[in-house]
Design a protein around this ligand. Structure first.
Ligand code: FES
Ligand SMILES: [Fe+2]
Length: 386
């Protein structure tokens, strides 16, 4: 049995165990290079990846960039308000076209100046008459499949993948009341942390750590007994809900919020859309992470935070108050970073063996069931990954 076979069999065993007896798989689950390659092939190339929010690109010509499984891409709002995604690689000599985010009337390659429109079509090239048989009309940037769900933009390299909206639809009953697509972005940034992507995903989906590692920020206002999970493991996502007690700085509805009633005014929902998109939706804010592994020991994180529209409207000093909210959420992120980077160093240590899963970590078991299904998908690709 190879090391990869061993870790796959441990993942299957953890997935098959009843939740009460399920254990976290051995440390190779987080440290194996071969498993990381298999994850790229069977998970990330096959699934949807969240790359941002439609609210990040509200106007025609607004764009964001991203790299998904080695494919640079840009996502742009076109003149008809459609959100479209294209390969961000010039059809001349392969230069990356756009960087970061911004607004542009046309996409001009920084290398030799080829020009593309919002539909990815080549519209011009310097001294194009010098080319023999230059058929401009036949040159277009490849388009990448894109969907929008609850204001999140998803892309996939897999033409066969089921619609992300259909996969996540059961969550809409919980989420629609918040009208999250109207939340106003205050931060979008990319970070790289020294940890395995699954440690961060698992951290985000469990609330067992809240009262402890976040005791200085969000943890003090978390009544453990109010935490709820779906009983069975959904195929494409999981979630938990919990409430925020009075006095919490964030996580309760603003008085001008007329959308939410009863317990929903102080209930927070934490969905994870498998494999690696997770968000906290609260009556007053939303933040999300979308993870892209860079080998077993590093993860690139697209992180965004937004505030409910009435929270922003009610601010007397918008700049200072949004900066304070962003700094608070940043502090929470740094507490998580401390935990998941420390856990990755722990996973690499020779004497390490992980233990049982606490009931407040139930969603981790859902995640392991999902991973086992995806990773044990057939023998041929398994050999290729070794
Ligand atoms: S590589 Fe883009 S114009 Fe030459
Ligand atoms: Fe956390």
């Amino acid at each position: 049995m190879t090391d990869l076979d061993q870790v796959l069999s441990a993942i299957s065993e953890a997935a098959a165990a009843p939740f009460e007896r399920a254990k976290i798989p051995p440390p190779a689950f987080y440290t194996s290079e071969a498993l990381t390659r298999l994850e790229e092939e069977r998970i990330f190339r096959a699934e949807w990846q969240c790359i941002g929010r439609t609210a990040d690109i509200p106007e025609a010509g607004d764009y964001i960039t991203y790299t998904h499984c080695g494919q640079p891409l840009f996502c742009i709002r076109d003149k008809k308000a459609a959100v479209r995604t294209f390969s961000n690689v010039c059809r001349h000599r392969m230069m990356e076209l756009l960087q970061g985010s911004g607004n542009t009337r046309r996409i001009v390659c920084p290398y030799h100046g080829w020009i593309y429109d919002h539909a990815g079509r080549l519209t011009g090239a310097p001294h194009e008459s010098y080319f023999a048989d230059f058929d401009k009309k036949g040159i277009c940037l490849p388009e990448i499949r894109t969907e929008v769900w609850q204001g999140f933009i998803f892309v996939t390299l897999n033409d066969e993948a089921d619609s992300v909206a259909a996969r996540a639809r059961p969550l809409d009953d919980l989420l629609d009341r918040f009208r999250m697509a109207d939340y106003v972005p205050i931060v979008t940034e990319d970070n790289v942390w020294d940890t395995n992507w699954k440690l961060l995903t698992e951290n985000y989906m469990e609330s067992y750590h809240l009262p402890f590692i976040h005791k200085g920020t969000v943890g003090g206002f978390f009544p453990v007994e109010d935490c709820v999970f779906p009983e069975d493991a959904p195929a494409h996502f999981t979630y938990s809900t919990f409430t925020k007690s009075e006095g919490a700085a964030y996580g309760r509805a603003h008085p001008d919020n007329t959308r939410l009633e009863g317990m929903w005014r102080y209930t927070n929902i934490l969905p994870t859309i498998f494999p690696s998109h997770m968000f906290t939706l609260a009556p007053d804010y939303m933040w999300y992470l979308s993870l892209a592994p860079q080998g077993p020991g590093q993860v690139r994180i697209r992180y965004g935070a937004s505030l409910a529209p009435e929270v922003v409207a009610g601010m007397s000093n918008r700049e200072a108050e949004t900066a304070a909210a962003a700094a608070f959420l940043d502090a929470v992120n740094n507490e998580d970073r401390h935990a998941v980077e420390g856990a990755y160093r722990g996973a690499r240590a020779p004497l390490t063996t992980p233990g049982p899963i606490h009931p407040l970590e139930r969603a981790i078991h859902h995640f392991i069931i999902y991973l086992a299904g995806r990773l044990n998908g057939g023998g041929r690709a398994l050999q290729a990954a070794e």
